[in-house]
Every structure is written in structure tokens, then in C-alpha cells.
Design a protein around this ligand. Structure first.
Ligand SMILES: [Ca+2]
Ligand SMILES: [Ca+2]
Length: 474
């Protein structure tokens, strides 16, 4: 079949474990082919928890502990940590596995935190340690979301000290609401399922304005009972759902009428959701390279992937990374803007190493600019920014060898340092059958008269080469 995709699944080797499909989508393997693996760059994976770490190392999906550094800013649970809802989590371990897949030579620093204070201390430690790249796949739901919040300021501070901060834009495309609530309150309908745990946050811009979010449950007599309300961090505590009917009420309590953003950790807002402006913090930070999600197979942003603009009208996310990948065979289909972010952080390590190897500037702003320049443009800029993260920006190499004598055979060869996606060969406008494989090596038997040959070769990172040649045989 002409144009057949030559790569379908994650590749696997005893030395590297399972390697994420996103590696090949970004063309990270083209860097590996030149000996660039991230060995000159430390990458901090910042998360709330690293459960399952020993199992991952034993499975060969992460380097031995002696080759990594760890640091915990969770005084209660240590590196194992807990997630936003207080549950056990392996999230950080999954993220580290992805960074390791993309940049297997990079030295990983696993850092976790419990909440806002721990986050700020972790950021300070990372910046003071001189770690050049951070992968952080988490969002805080307490605003503001205009780049001025506590987390955003911490990230900006790290960027000013030379840290390339790669952050998820968030998975809130269907879990975000925006409106101007009145003093009597505005209702947001929700339909949580029994067994779910809910948590919400809200934010607004504007001095003097205040708002509060109430989580309410329907009573037997038809009135609504308050179960939880947002605190001074503008977040509600987790609420366990054991059935019943629920709603949110957002209420202005002081100051001018301003738009208020409400985010939900788990429960969708259905038809009431507003996808625009759904970037949480610190993905809203100026100093953050914020990452949205596109499947490693596709080009369209995922519906859940948070979209810009920020509350103060800036474009975010900055780019997207591949998601729905398998980086550890026990966890197929790791998804969300989280996985995308870890891929981009790994790509940043490779691109930084390339710049160091060629003597180019490797500081945070030069690196950031090059990552955005290399990205493969996609549609829907509000969701995809500069496009899909890409390490490999070199087109496939196509060679046509035309015989000088009377031998009626043209030899065609198409190769790429990364992974080839498709090669199409046409003779006089007709697609020729080609043998699938990473390298196209084909012979074309010429007919008498004019032979129009066209070769189209596209790598998985989206670089295409088109070569046309007319050979006349008498
Ligand atoms: Ca792996
Ligand atoms: Ca290429």
C-alpha cells in the first residue's frame, strides 16, 4: 500500500523498556542518531507524588536511584506524596518515565511538594540548584489566572534565574466556567456520580473584587444545603459524592462586577463549560512554556486540553506535545496535557544539548525560542499555540539514481534520521506499490518515452521532501 504509515506502536527494547510513541512523533530519535541524548542537561520532574518508583526502576523504565537525585517538599508523605485530592499517586513516576524515554541521557531530579508552600520552596530549591529544565504537569485551581498568582510568580522567578519551566496548560477545556456572577449568586449545574470526589477553585482579576464558590446538595425538603465553600486560597476542600443532587453557586461578595473563572478538578460542566480561557495556573505564567495536548497520532487538540487566552488576554498554551502514549507497558495510554508536558521537557533537554554541542547559546530564552521555532504548526492556535513540539526539523533524504547508459532502471532511495511516516512513489501520476519499511529502496523500470517520477517522503515529525524528475527513454 502506498503511503502506508511505517510506525504504528511504541517500540520496545530490553535496554530501554517501552519507548513512548511521542518520542518518534517529535523526531527525538533523529537526535539520538547523532549521539544527542540529553546527557549535558539535568531535568527536574516536579510533581505531587512518585508512587511506584521502585517498580518502575525494576522494570527498567527509569534509571537506578543511584543515577537520579530526589528531593521532597512534602513533610508528611515524603517523595511518595499525595495527589490534589489526597490520594496515593504514581503521576510523577509516569512523567519521569516519559522524560527518560525522550532524553535517556538526561540526569533526572525527582522533586515533590504537598501544596502551595511546598511548591514555592521546591521552585526555590530547583532554581538555586541550577537545574536548567523543569517538567511540571499540575495546575492549581485557585486564581487569579492572569499570571500574577503565587505559583505564577514563583515560576517567573525561576525563569529569571535561568530555568526553562515547562508546564501543562491543564485538562480543563470541559471543566471550566466563566461568567459575571451577581451578589445573589449564579448557579452552575453539575452532575457528579456517586463515588466521585469533587474539588473546585475560582479566580478573578481586579483589585477590590471578591467572590466565593459554594458547593451545595439538595435536601429532602427541596432546599439546598451548603456542603463546602472556597477558602482564602480560592479553593474548596475535596467533597466525596455519595449520591444525591448537587450544584455550585458562585457569588460576588465585594467590589466591581468582574468575570470569574471556575475550575473543576474532576466533574465536567457539560453544556455550561467554557473552553476559552481554561488555562489554570502556573500554566498562565509568562515564564512558563505551557503545553497543550494532541494525540501522538493526530493533529487536532484534545477537547479537554485547556485553551487560551489567559485572564489578561495573553496567548497560552505556547505549544502542544504528544499524548496517549505508552511509556511503561503496565500503563498503556498515558494521557492528558501531563504526558504532553513531559515530552516537551525531554525534547528541551535534547535541543539544549544540541545547542551546547554546536556552541550556540543555551540560556533559557534562546532555548525557549528555538523550541517554539522548531514546532510543527497546527490549526486552532488558541489550543495549540506554535504547534506540535518537534526535535527533528530535517526533511527526509530522497535520492534518485538515473542510469547513464541504456539500463532502463531508476533507483530511488528515501531515508530519515528520525522515523519515516510515509513514502509515496508515483510514475506518470500513478501511485506505485512500495514495500513498507523504515527505508525506501525501490527500482523503477522505465517505459519508452517520458517517465515522470515523483517521490514524496514524510517523517513522523511532519517534515516532507518532494522530488520530481522526468527521465526520457528512447
Ligand atoms: Ca519507557
Ligand atoms: Ca527528519
Amino acid at each position: 500500500m502506498a503511503g502506508a504509515a511505517l510506525v504504528a506502536a511504541a517500540s520496545s527494547s530490553p535496554a530501554l523498556g517501552v519507548v513512548s510513541q511521542g518520542v518518534f512523533r517529535m523526531g527525538a530519535d533523529a537526535s539520538w542518531a547523532r549521539g544527542i541524548t540529553g546527557a549535558a542537561t539535568q531535568v527536574a520532574v516536579l510533581d505531587q507524588g512518585f508512587g511506584g518508583l521502585a517498580e518502575s526502576i525494576a522494570a527498567g523504565e527509569l534509571p537506578p536511584l543511584s543515577s537520579m537525585e530526589t528531593r521532597s517538599f512534602d513533610p508528611v508523605h515524603g517523595l511518595e506524596g499525595r495527589d490534589n485530592l489526597g490520594g496515593r499517586t504514581q503521576h510523577g513516576t509516569r512523567m519521569a518515565e516519559i522524560v527518560h524515554d525522550v532524553a535517556p541521557g538526561a540526569r533526572l531530579v525527582l522533586v515533590n511538594y504537598d501544596d502551595i508552600g511546598g511548591f514555592v520552596r521546591a521552585v526555590e530549591w530547583i532554581a538555586a540548584s541550577g537545574i536548567p529544565v523543569v517538567s511540571h504537569s499540575n495546575s492549581l485551581l485557585g486564581g487569579p489566572f492572569d499570571g500574577s498568582g503565587v505559583l505564577a510568580q514563583a515560576v517567573n522567578g525561576a525563569a529569571a534565574r535561568g530555568v526553562l519551566w515547562v508546564n501543562s496548560s491543564g485538562n480543563f477545556g470541559e471543566r471550566h466556567w466563566r461568567g459575571v456572577p451577581g451578589p445573589a449568586g449564579t448557579e452552575i449545574p453539575i452532575s457528579p456520580r456517586p463515588g466521585e470526589t469533587m474539588a473546585f477553585g475560582l479566580g478573578w482579576s481586579g483589585a477590590g473584587a471578591e467572590a466565593v464558590l459554594l458547593v451545595q446538595r439538595l435536601r429532602g425538603d427541596g432546599s439546598w444545603a451548603e456542603v463546602a465553600r472556597s477558602d482564602r486560597t480560592r479553593r474548596t476542600p475535596p467533597v466525596a459524592v455519595d449520591g444525591g443532587a448537587w450544584r455550585l453557586v458562585v457569588m460576588r461578595t465585594a467590589g466591581a462586577e468582574v468575570p470569574v473563572d471556575v475550575f473543576s478538578r474532576t466533574v465536567g460542566f457539560g453544556a455550561a463549560a467554557t473552553a476559552d480561557g481554561s488555562v489554570a495556573t502556573p500554566g498562565d505564567a509568562l515564564g512558563s512554556l505551557s503545553v497543550g495536548a494532541v494525540s501522538w497520532r493526530g493533529t487536532a487538540p484534545e477537547r479537554y486540553s485547556s485553551r487560551g487566552p489567559t485572564q489578561d488576554g495573553r496567548s497560552k498554551p505556547d505549544l502542544v506535545g504528544p499524548t496517549y502514549v505508552t511509556s511503561n507497558r503496565l500503563f498503556p495510554g498515558t494521557a492528558g496535557t501531563s504526558a504532553s508536558t513531559a515530552h516537551v521537557a525531554g525534547a528541551a533537554a535534547l535541543i539544549r544539548d544540541e545547542r551546547i554541542a554546536t556552541g550556540a547559546r543555551s540560556d533559557v530564552w534562546a532555548l525557549r525560542a528555538e523550541i517554539l521555532r522548531r514546532a510543527k504548526r497546527l490549526g486552532d492556535r488558541a489550543a495549540t499555540g506554535a504547534g506540535m513540539a518537534r526535535v527533528d526539523v530535517v526533511r527526509p533524504r530522497v535520492r534518485l539514481v538515473v542510469p547513464s547508459g541504456r539500463r532502463p532502471v531508476v533507483r530511488v532511495r528515501a531515508t530519515d534520521a528520525g522515523t519515516m511516516a510515509a513514502v509515496e512513489l508515483r510514475l506518470n501520476g500513478r501511485v506505485m506499490r512500495t514495500r513498507p519499511g523504515p527505508v525506501l529502496a525501490q527500482r523503477i523500470w522505465l517505459r519508452d518515452g517520458r517517465n515522470r517520477i515523483e517521490v514524496r517522503a514524510r517523517d513522523l515529525a511532519g517534515n516532507e521532501a518532494v522530488v520530481r524528475r522526468t527521465v526520457t527513454r528512447r
